[in-house]
Design a protein. Structure first.
Length: 169
């Protein structure tokens, strides 16, 4: 075996010394360096796992928020639709009320106008009647004045008056 080591260019004493040195370095590293290094790596793994868990929680919350947002938007749209329907109904009611009030006012104005027309008609009829009487009286006076000088006419009027009295009694 020594010849094999020699043909390969390996010194067995140096090989054993290197193995012992490697073992000592390994023991020192495993005792002082590897545990903090493994602890640090484990902390990093935990942090990465926590980050992934947080990301999943955030995504879940984001989906919930989106669903809540959609539900809120749907509810708001329904509320707006309901408000529009209520506003239309209120506007229609107000319109009907205003139209009814306008009709009542117009009817009252028409009734008032009819009353005034009737009053004006009665007043005009009375005025025309009074005027017609005055005209008739003036015509009768003129005729009587003309006929008063005629004795034949006076005689016929007296005869007509007497016969009217006889018939009345």
């Amino acid at each position: 075996m020594a010849q094999l080591f020699q043909s390969l260019g390996i010194n067995p004493i140096l090989l054993v010394a290197q193995a012992i040195s490697f073992g000592v370095v390994y023991l020192v590293l495993s005792r002082f360096l590897f545990p903090p290094l493994q602890k640090s790596l484990q902390e990093r793994r935990d942090a990465v796992a926590k980050t992934f868990a947080d990301q999943a929680a955030i995504e879940t919350r984001l989906k919930q928020f989106d669903e809540e947002q959609r539900a809120s938007q749907k509810k708001a749209a329904e509320d707006v639709q309901k408000m529009m329907i209520d506003a239309r109904a209120s506007a229609d009611a107000t319109k009907a009320e205003l139209v009814a009030k306008a009709r009542e006012a117009a009817d009252a104005e028409v009734a008032s106008a009819k009353t005034r027309i009737q009053q004006e008609t009665v007043s005009a009829e009375a005025e025309v009647s009074a005027h017609a009487k005055a005209v008739a009286q003036s015509i009768v006076k003129e005729l009587l004045a003309e006929k008063a000088g005629d004795p034949a006419w006076q005689q016929s009027q007296i005869s007509a008056g007497i016969s009217a009295l006889k018939q009345a009694s």
